[in-house]
Each structure stands twice: as C-alpha cells, then as structure tokens.
Design a protein. Sequence first.
Length: 158
Amino acid sequence: MKKIHFTRRNYVQLASVAVILLIAVLMFIVGRQHTVLLDNKTVEHEGKTYTAFSIVTVEVDREGELELAARDRDKAEVMGQRHKITVVYTDRSFEEHTLVKKFKVPIGQDMVLLSIPALVGEADESVWLQPFFPPTAAVAPQAEVLPTEDVLAVDITF
C-alpha cells in the first residue's frame, strides 16, 4: 500500500476549499431573499379570537412603514433569516402602542404569512408565523380541436 504524504501546499489547498465552502454557506443564509406577507385579518385559534385592527402601521427591518386597514394584506421583501418587526397600533381606548418583536424565517421557506392581530395578541409563534405556499393554477386539459371540412371551406363573396 502506498502511504499518503501531505505537504504544506496540500494543507493550504484544503484550508482554501474549507474557507470557500464556509463563505458559500454564509452567503446562502445571509443573502437569501424572503417574502413576508403581513396579514391584518381576524384570526381564530383554539377558541380565542384575535380581532383585526382598523388601522395598523407595520415596519419590517427598516424597509419602510406599511399601513394596513382591516382585512388587508401587504408584503415586505427582506434578506436573511433573522428579522425585526415593529407594529404601531391604537387600542380601543385610543392609546397608541408599539410592539417590537424579532423572528426567524425557516431556511427552506421563500414566503411566510405573519398575522398582525395574533402577533399583538401574544399568541404562540406557530399561530402568527406560518409558512405560505402560493396557490397553483389548476388548468383543465382541453380537448384538441381538429379541423373539419366546414372549417376548411372558406366562402368569399364580394
């Protein structure tokens, strides 16, 4: 059997490959873009109702404020896994409140649905942050139409 002999050059090459792989993994995690759908609709979960706000202001990662009315949905496109959401809302006694919360988007998800009323109502994270899969269009197969003699016959009169 032949004995494998590593030189300093081999160690430098292995270290270079390891550094490149580490940078690639970091770029995948940090540089990945996600869409966060912000939903201001009434949510019911386990008998508890989280009522939609008439007007709420939401900001995700300092990307700009979004104002949502009741039964409204908007989106924020963000980079990376960890995000901070700031929600400014007015309660029934007309007092303004600000809620700041940090959350993580799962690595395999491109799109998540974030329920604002459930977030403010301090529900479990599985209630206010859910994976979202866009609906696929269901197209019925169409029968192929073959030309007939009636279609081929053209009547041109002047």
